[in-house]
Design a protein around this ligand. Structure first.
Ligand SMILES: *[C@@H]1O[C@H](CO)[C@@H](O)[C@H](O)[C@H]1NC(C)=O
Length: 354
């Protein structure tokens, strides 16, 4: 079923909107390569040898992998990218056959079958493109790559492989990440939180975090890190499932001395009813440990859930709850007669009426 690229150039071909876009490295190839320190080049080559393809910028939290036919795949929130090294002397026109339609891909490069079959999730074929890259960031210098950028129909879904079809079993969204990806996602989810909290059917939940293996002296501390909101039919736990990456990264940024360097799996999240800080502080509430949604459950869309990150003024003491391993208070409830520092005071005011 593979269609020669030459055939795509025929007028009226149904695939004419998929015409490849050629991108060529601005700087002459030799200069790029020579300007890069030998050590970096060696490292990049070693990484590829170790079979860990480099992530795309803002794609560090998404899965990636090697393709058995050669090359690798990686992602961002928006793109799934396939990159295949072009053999010396191979020509784009003569040696590459690619077809993308009806949710299936067929890609052959220099006679090798790279990807054939249904894609794991839907893509927007009309926005997807392919091209030859002279200098692929993170890849060994001196190799040209044939690159396919597939635009995800559902952004933020973390593909576990390019192929597979029907991939509904993969209940994981990646909202957030590191650096700019985290900043952008946080701003977006905060805006959604603020919009959702005004709606009557919204569920709200407060989120606390604790290392899975905390230092013994702090084993009971659960740190308040923010609030999640879920649209109608999306409860707090589901809203948190969709935003797990964002929320855990926020814990690292907010409280680096507690969470920095911990993998997502090493951070436990706990939930309390929305805007319940005072009752939590007074030991009236048992926190419930959050767990990922059961596998077949469908994750809510990104626009259906929001996150309001906790922030601290300089020198502000973080709000913590002391809880045992099951989330229960260590002592009985009491009436707090202290005014806790910083932002907690705002929760002593009557909650806003909807
Ligand atoms: C325990 O928590 C306190 C206050 O949050 C902090 O100052 C201290 O460094 C923590 N101890 C350890 C071993 O992390």
């Amino acid at each position: 079923m593979a269609v020669q690229l030459a055939a795509l150039l025929l007028p009226g071909a149904i695939l004419c909107t998929f015409l490849p876009v050629m991108k060529v490295c601005g700087a002459p190839h030799i200069r790029c390569a020579a300007g890069r320190p030998a050590l970096l080049r060696a490292r990049a080559a070693a990484r590829m040898e170790e079979r860990i393809p480099p992530s795309l910028p803002e794609g560090e939290k998404f899965r990636k992998g090697l393709l058995s036919g050669g090359g690798f795949w990686r992602q961002t929130a928006r793109l799934l990218q396939i990159a295949v090294p072009m053999p010396e002397g191979a020509s784009f026109k003569r040696d590459v056959q690619i077809e993308l339609r009806n949710g299936e891909i067929s890609l052959r490069v220099a006679g090798a079958s790279i990807a054939q079959g249904p894609l794991q999730h839907s893509v927007r074929a009309e926005l997807s493109e392919w091209y030859v890259e002279e200098e692929l960031a993170g890849a060994p210098a001196g190799t040209r790559y044939f690159v396919v950028d597939l635009v995800k129909a559902s952004p933020h879904v973390d593909w576990s492989s390019p192929l597979g079809g029907g991939g509904g079993e993969e209940a994981r969204l990646v909202i957030g990440g590191v650096g700019e990806a985290q900043k952008k996602a946080t701003a977006q989810q905060l805006a959604t939180y603020q919009a959702l909290r005004k709606l009557p059917a919204t569920s709200l939940a407060d989120v606390y975090a604790r290392p899975i293996s905390p230092p013994a002296e702090n084993a009971t501390l659960c740190y308040f890190i923010g609030k999640v909101a879920g649209d109608h039919f999306v409860d707090g736990a589901a809203a948190l499932s969709a935003q797990e990456v964002l929320v855990k990264q926020h814990a690292r940024l907010l409280l680096p001395y507690v969470f920095d360097g911990l993998e997502d799996e090493a951070i436990d999240l706990w939930l309390a009813p929305g805007n319940s800080e005072v009752r939590v502080a007074q030991n009236e509430i048992t926190l419930s440990r959050w767990a990922l949604l059961p596998k077949p459950a469908k994750l809510p869309g990104v626009a259906m859930c929001g996150f309001e990150p906790e922030t601290h003024a300089p020198g502000e003491v973080p709000f913590v709850a002391r809880r045992d391993a099951s989330g229960a208070p260590l002592t009985g409830p009491f009436q707090a007669n202290i005014q806790p520092p910083g932002r907690l005071s705002e929760f002593l005011d009557p909650p806003p009426t909807v």
